[in-house]
Design a protein around this ligand. Structure first.
Ligand SMILES: *Cc1c(COP(=O)(O)O)cnc(C)c1O
Length: 353
C-alpha cells in the first residue's frame, strides 16, 4: 500500500484533542452542563419537517444573520456565520494571513489560534503573558511591532486561564496592529465587558462568538463574528458555497427566541463558579480570577497529574493542562451543575487530604 506523506509542515502538529473518558462527572471541555430548553427542541423537530431538503440552503444565511444582528444591535452586513467559531477563525486566517503571513497570540491561550494558523500555512509568533496570566501593554506593542502580523488574536476571557482582557489592552493592540485584530469572545456572556462596543467599519476589529458554550449547542457547530462590513464581505472569497446547512440555520435562529433562558443559565453557572472559587480558598490550591465558565487552578502540595488522576478515580474528569507551556501543574475545571460542582469539590477534598 502506498501511503502519501502528509504535508511536511503539518507532520509535527499533534492536533487539539481533549481526551474523552466515560465518567459520571465530565468537566473538561467547557460545554454547558444543561440541555437547551425543551420548547426549543420541539420547534427544531418541527422545523426539520419544514425544510426543502432537496434544495440548497440560503447561501447567505440571511435570517439567522438578521437575528444575530438584532441581538447585538448591529446591522446584518456586519455578521458572518459559520460552522463553529473555529470555522470563523479559519476563514479570517485564510482571508488575511494565508501562507507566509504572521499571526500573533499571547500564551498561554487557546491552542486552536496557533493550530489553525499553522494549517493555513501562516507563521505563528507567540508573545508571553505574565506569571499571573495578565498581559502587559508593552508586550503587545513589542510583539506586534516586531512581527507586523496579518492577524492578531486576543482571547477574552482567555481560555484556559479565565483572564478578562482589559479594554485598554484591546485598544493598545488596535493602535499598533497593521492587520486584523480578533477578539475571541467564546465566553463573553460570563464576563463584565465585551469588545463588541469597539466594532465599526473604520477599525480592523472582529469579535467572534459561539453557540457552543452559553447556548448549550456544542453539538450544532455554530459560531459567528461581528466586524466591519468590508471584512464580512471578504469572507465570501474563502468560505465554501453553502457551507452552513439549512437545518443549522433554523436551529440557530430558533435559539435566539430563548435568549432569556440562556441568560438564566449563565447566571446559574456564574453562581456555580463562585462556589468553586470559594471552595478553592479553603483548599491547598492556587487559582486565578475567571470571567468564564471554568477555573484554572494549581494544587500547592501535589503534582497536577496526580490530582487529575485522583479526581478521575472518583469519577470526575477535568482538563489536565499541566504539560502545556507556562501552565506547570495546572488543571482546568469547567463549571457544571450544582451536583457536579459538589462532586468535584468533594473529590478535591479527598484527593488533597
Ligand atoms: C470553546 C471555544 C471556542 C468555540 O469553538 P466552536 O468552534 O464555536 O465550538 C472558540 N474559542 C475559544 C477560546 C473556546 O474556548
Amino acid at each position: 500500500m502506498t501511503r502519501i506523506p502528509l504535508r511536511s509542515d503539518l507532520r509535527a502538529l499533534s492536533g487539539y484533542h481533549s481526551p474523552q473518558v466515560d465518567v459520571p462527572v465530565r468537566l473538561n471541555t467547557n460545554e454547558a452542563p444543561f440541555s437547551p430548553p425543551a420548547a426549543w427542541l420541539d420547534e427544531v423537530a418541527a422545523a426539520a419537517r419544514d425544510i426543502d431538503w432537496n434544495r440548497y440552503p440560503d447561501r447567505a444565511a440571511t435570517e439567522l444573520r438578521e437575528g444575530i444582528a438584532a441581538l447585538h444591535g448591529v446591522s446584518v452586513d456586519q455578521v458572518f456565520v459559520a460552522n463553529g467559531s473555529n470555522e470563523v477563525l479559519q476563514s479570517i486566517l485564510l482571508a488575511y494571513a494565508g501562507a507566509g503571513g504572521n499571526v500573533t497570540m499571547f500564551s498561554p491561550t487557546y491552542q486552536m489560534h496557533a493550530q489553525i494558523a499553522r494549517v493555513v500555512g501562516a507563521t505563528v509568533v507567540e508573545g508571553k503573558r505574565n506569571a499571573d496570566f495578565t498581559l502587559d501593554r508593552g508586550e503587545i506593542e513589542r510583539v506586534v511591532a516586531a512581527s507586523k502580523p496579518a492577524v492578531s488574536f486576543i482571547c477574552s476571557p482567555n481560555n484556559p486561564t479565565g483572564t478578562v482582557e482589559p479594554r485598554d489592552n484591546v485598544e493598545a493592540m488596535l493602535a499598533v496592529a497593521p492587520g486584523v485584530v480578533v477578539v475571541d469572545e467564546a465566553y463573553a456572556q460570563f464576563s463584565p465587558w465585551s469588545a463588541l462596543e469597539l466594532v465599526n467599519d473604520d477599525s480592523p476589529l472582529v469579535v467572534t462568538r459561539t453557540f457552543s458554550k452559553t447556548w448549550s449547542m456544542a453539538a450544532a457547530r455554530l459560531g459567528y463574528l461581528v466586524g466591519p462590513r468590508w471584512l464580512v464581505a471578504d469572507m465570501e472569497a474563502v468560505v465554501l458555497p453553502y457551507h452552513l446547512d439549512a437545518f443549522k440555520q433554523r436551529a440557530g435562529l430558533l435559539a435566539l427566541k430563548f435568549v432569556g433562558d440562556m441568560e438564566a443559565r449563565v447566571r446559574d453557572i456564574v453562581a456555580g463558579r463562585d462556589k468553586i472559587v470559594d471552595a478553592f480558598s479553603r483548599l491547598p490550591v492556587t487559582s486565578w480570577p475567571s470571567g468564564a465558565n471554568f477555573v484554572l487552578f494549581r494544587p500547592d502540595t501535589l503534582a497536577g497529574t496526580t490530582v487529575w488522576q485522583g479526581l478521575l478515580d472518583r469519577g470526575v474528569l477535568v482538563r489536565d493542562c499541566s504539560s502545556w507551556a507556562g501552565l506547570d501543574n495546572c488543571l482546568r475545571v469547567t463549571v457544571g451543575t450544582d451536583a457536579e460542582n459538589e462532586a468535584f469539590i468533594a473529590a478535591m477534598k479527598e484527593v488533597l487530604a
